[in-house]
Design a protein around this ligand. Structure first.
Ligand code: 5RP
Length: 247
């Protein structure tokens, strides 16, 4: 009989070895990405997400394209567009697209309701538009992103610079303690304020209230967009699927 024990990777001083830990997390990001990219089929229009986990998916797609897979893609950020093009993926302008077949993107938090917080990378506005236009949207993540209930991650809000003082005052009144990202503009040239609300007891109500503020262009609460998630922990990939509402 084989017995196992869990080992924590420690450096000689007994601290967690961040380099080794980073490699473990990266291999989980890659495992989740590989599982999601396996869903991509010939002829699809694919949404490319943004961030380090999405980049693993884009690289895997690039490999499959080099092996003969025929797809086109839209990108949720300039960075993902550049990576996709570099890998030989045909990128089309989303401005001319009304429906995407499958989008694969990362998240900062994801829970069992498939509610997600996104936007640490600042791309949440384009990410939400592309996700909303997608027949299927898959979140890919390492296990550190899986939570019981979303709410601990910073909630980013994209703000038209013209409206910044007004929007920041309202977000502060709502208890969001907004902090504007220093020296940062989104791909659209807007500001991002990271918020921390004391609780996210009613995420739908919060999402509706934030979205209704004139001058707010987008936010990182994804409550309806995610259809499935592949979450990898120590190499084991779990798929969460939103129940089919029409069934
Ligand atoms: C960018 C995002 C990213 O998908 C999210 O921040 C996760 O990034 P990473 O995979 O690098 O942890 O929403 O706007």
């Amino acid at each position: 009989m084989v017995t196992g024990e869990s080992l924590v990777v420690l450096d000689p001083d007994g601290r967690r070895d961040d380099e080794v830990w980073g490699m473990i997390v990266d291999s989980d990001k890659m495992a989740a990405a590989l599982a999601a990219v396996a869903e991509v089929q010939d002829g699809m229009l694919v949404g490319l997400g943004t961030g380090s986990t999405a980049a693993f998916a884009i690289r895997r797609l690039g490999e499959r394209v080099a092996q003969g897979l025929s797809i086109r893609a839209v990108a949720t950020s300039a960075a993902s567009e550049a990576l996709g093009r570099e890998l030989g993926i045909v990128i089309v302008d989303f401005a001319g697209v009304s429906r995407v077949d499958l989008t694969i993107d990362g998240a900062d938090e994801i829970d069992s309701r498939l509610f997600a917080i996104k936007g640490a990378g600042g791309a949440m506005l384009r990410e939400k538009i592309v996700a909303a236009s997608s027949a299927r949207m898959i979140v890919i993540a390492d296990g550190s992103k899986q939570v019981d209930r979303i709410g601990a991650a910073k909630l980013p809000v994209e703000i038209l610079p013209f409206a910044q003082a007004y929007v920041l005052a309202l977000l502060a009144e709502m208890g969001g303690a907004p902090v504007v990202r220093a020296n940062y503009r989104t791909d659209q040239g807007n500001l991002v304020a990271d918020c921390r609300f004391p609780t996210l007891g009613d995420p739908q109500a919060l999402a509706t209230t934030i979205a209704a503020i004139p001058g707010v262009l987008g936010h990182g609460l994804f409550l309806d967009e995610v259809d499935a998630a592949y979450v990898a922990t120590n190499g084991l990939v779990t798929r969460l699927e939103r129940p089919d509402a029409s069934a």
